[in-house]
Design a protein around this ligand. Structure first.
Ligand code: 5GP
Ligand code: ZN
Length: 144
């Protein structure tokens, strides 16, 4: 596993930092954003450390994208949002604060404005419930 010593997301992948996990595959991890910009804000990351779209191999990006699509479907099945913003930023100038490639899944409500970064840490019990609900929806939508 390619890891970066001071990377928050690498610590999550290694299990050294907790997260509210939605899905883990060989290459990809998905978990709840702890400072959600909208209810259900979920992240999808490669387990290896790549900083940006310019660093990640196409195969890993593909794996992340497939999981992002599936989890977007699970979020929609659970929360029935009016829409969903899916965004991925590269470099501090673009708003990237964690330098480990990631995709944001942001359920949206009609008429409600949103910034990419939430200002409050979410209630862990709520994040746990959402992560479990999304994981259950994934199994419903994509039975093995
Ligand atoms: P960026 O600003 O790089 O696009 O997004 C980084 C995201 O990671 C932000 O939405 C932020 O709330 C989230 N984040 C930062 N630290 C942690 C953490 O320790 N755990 C989780 N689950 N999310 C985090
Ligand atoms: Zn990392």
């Amino acid at each position: 596993m390619t890891t970066e010593a001071d990377c928050i997301f690498c610590s999550i992948v290694a299990g050294a930092r907790p997260c509210h996990k939605v899905l883990e595959t060989d290459l990809v991890l998905s978990f709840m954003d702890i400072f959600p910009a909208s209810q259900g804000h979920t992240l999808v990351i490669p387990k290896h450390h790549y900083e940006t779209v310019f660093d990640i191999p196409e195969s890993a990006m593909q794996a992340v994208s497939v999981v992002a699509k599936r989890i977007a479907g699970a979020i929609r099945a659970e929360l029935a949002p009016d829409g969903m913003t899916i965004v991925q930023v590269n470099g501090a100038a673009a708003g990237q604060t964690v330098m480990h490639y990631h995709v944001h899944l942001l359920p949206r409500t009609q008429g409600e404005s949103m910034r990419l970064h939430g200002s409050n840490q979410a209630d862990p019990a709520r994040l746990d419930a959402l992560a479990r609900a999304f994981a259950a929806r994934l199994i419903e939508l994509h039975p093995q």
